[in-house]
Design a protein around this ligand. Structure first.
Ligand code: FA5
Length: 342
């Protein structure tokens, strides 16, 4: 092949490729052009390279030199086209089409449990309850002892709690064990120790129990604790507050019912389980009762002067009832397709 023919062919190919790279308006089009001209197996440049062998032997050095120049040029052209597309600039500089629709940003929202917690604080705030916080790592005094749960009580079994040290080590060193709190009732004690009556607080937060996960149980969950201590507080106040709370939370419709079932908690007397109607039956939401005189004494209050009620509800259960969620585990699988519905 004559040198002139080879060079003419090469220049035409270069012009064509440059035009295609510049015209590409998205990465897919640019990729098609790249494969067509720079593709390693059947790209046009590769085919031109094969033509080098047919150039007259005296002209081969000149042909090879030009081939390499064109190859370097096209590779650079491709790279700048690629940069233009990824940086959002058009081939004619900074200009862009302002009439094109914008790229929508994905906006997240609060986890349903966080939404529930916020709304609970807001409702209870309107009823005059101040939100306070307590530590998630607790000592036995606040988690058990002051709540009238003696050392021999089965609730203190190491198998039913997340102690932070092994039982053997604790016995050997005679130290006071720490554990992840199993209930928010610990905060009742912390508040009453620090404040003289009257008190009117709620506390919301995580609690931990080695429960097997099922549709209504999870080893980490949230509780809302309520405590009101004052002169002349009765069980009727407890029921009114819980009913008002539930009706406000669930939108005040008449279909919201709560039910008290006699029960036992060492720190309340009398004690009840609080159920709410749900899906044609009843679902246990939490426990409640009148603060046991032993608890009032443990924190230095006089049970002859003041009485109080306390309650502790499962936050997940309330959230599940609100949204019709039938499996608590779905709240903690972090599947955005599920969570974004709420
Ligand atoms: C208590 O924890 C008491 N501290 C409640 C209380 C407070 C009674 C104040 C009296 C006065 P109980 O163990 O029943 O009670 O738990 C309360 C609620 O937490 C349950 O009704 C349920 O709604 C929720 N709950 C308990 N275990 C789990 C779990 N593993 N996963 C999700 N929710 C749970």
């Amino acid at each position: 092949m004559a040198l002139a023919d080879f060079l003419a062919n090469l220049d035409a190919l270069a012009a064509e490729a440059q035009a295609q790279f510049t015209a590409a308006t998205d990465s897919a089009a640019l990729e098609v052009a790249r494969v067509a001209y720079l593709g390693a197996k059947a790209g046009k440049l590769r085919l031109a390279q094969k033509g080098l062998g047919k150039v007259d032997s005296g002209d081969k050095p000149a042909a090879g030199k030009r081939f390499n120049e064109v190859k370097t040029l096209l590779e650079a052209e491709f790279e700048s086209a690629q940069e233009r597309l990824t940086s959002g600039k058009s081939a004619v500089g900074e200009a862009f089409d302002v009439t094109l629709p914008g790229r929508r940003r994905r906006i997240g929202h609060l986890h349903p449990i966080t939404q529930t917690i916020r709304s609970m604080k807001e409702i209870m705030g309107r009823l005059g309850f101040t939100a306070v916080e307590g530590p998630e790592i607790e000592d036995e005094w606040h988690n058990f002892e002051a709540l009238n749960i003696p050392l021999v009580h089965p609730a203190r079994d190491p198998l039913d709690n997340f102690y932070l040290e092994s039982a053997q080590k604790l016995v050997a060193e005679a130290t006071s064990p720490l554990l992840l709190r199993s209930q928010t009732s610990t905060v009742q004690i912390r508040v009453m120790e620090a404040t003289p009556p009257p008190v009117r607080i709620i506390s919301l937060g995580r609690v931990y129990r080695p429960d097997t996960a099922d549709a209504t149980h999870y080893p980490m969950f949230h509780q809302i604790e309520g405590l009101l201590v004052d002169r002349g507080v009765t069980m009727a106040d407890l029921k009114s507050v819980l009913r008002l709370f539930c009706q406000s939370y669930f939108g005040g419709d008449d279909e919201v019912h709560i039910r008290f079932r006699p029960s036992f908690f060492p720190f309340t007397e009398p004690s009840v389980e609080v159920d709410m109607n749900w899906q044609g039956g009843w679902m246990e939401m939490g426990g409640a009762g009148m603060v046991d005189p032993n608890v009032l004494r443990a924190v230095g209050y006089d049970p002859e002067e003041v009485t109080g009620f306390a309650f502790g509800l499962g936050v997940e259960r309330v959230c599940m009832r609100q949204h019709g969620i039938t499996d608590i585990r779905a709240l903690y699988q972090n599947d955005v397709r599920f969570l974004e519905q709420f």
